[in-house]
Design a protein around this ligand. Sequence first.
Ligand code: NAD
Length: 253
Amino acid sequence: MNDEQIDELVGMVQRARRAVVFTGAGISTECGIPDFRSPGGFWTRYKPIAYQEFLASEDTRLEAWRRFLMIRETIGTAEPGPGHRAVAELVDRGHVACVITQNIDGLHQAAGIPAERIIEIHGNGTYAKCLGCGLRHEISWVADEIARTGRPPACTSCGGIVKSATISFGQAMPEQEMADARAATLDADLFIAVGSSLQVFPAAGLPVLASHNRTPLVILNREETGLDGLARLVLHAESGPVLQAVVARLAGG
Ligand code: NAD
């Protein structure tokens, strides 16, 4: 970890009052949840099932649910890591106004950040929804239904297709969340992207928007990203230790 870079980041955070922290799967790898693109990650072994494929075939829906329930076993038992706790502390200290997350694991909420300060632009994997009438269904109910019938579940109210409340490739982004995320980005006085390859659009358009809006952009990621050239500060490092060091220095430690 480069001390000068941490000092620079501490200075930027100290001056910020409306910072946005934008997180990707990398902030949760310390919690045992594999990211999307790192070698050996769950997702590298399976090609993602696109939304249209999910809609088109009952067999594909069953396979999608089978994979989802496997991932759920890890996500369901994961605890917030050092990165989540540090971001929660920065919110608490009044430097960070809002967390925009691509993650579906609910770990920012579990770290104690109030729900109204978190924008989940790729949905939430802790529950399921009917694509027809929007009725919420619990994941445990889905698992029981699949075990009972051997088929993907149908909505108990309208018989529609039930899907995890996450956004799949090819699925429309949630309008309200994207509008909120854009507004928070335009209002930000600092934008810090953490643990994201910044390859998934439109999500990765948010750091681009911040940069075009002349908001200082910081990218903290283990490896290079395609947007490093836009950033005021780039740290190629583990996110948890860096964010913890920032919090410790702000506290005078
Ligand atoms: P990604 O896998 O494309 O990128 C993650 C990046 O984080 C990689 O560049 C990797 O090098 C870096 N990284 C991994 N561990 C790190 C660490 N400890 N410190 C610093 N950097 C680290 O993930 P993405 O950009 O979030 O896009 C993948 C999509 O898949 C997202 O939209 C998300 O919805 C979904 N996803 C979510 C979860 C989750 O909820 N935890 C997990 C996997 C994928």
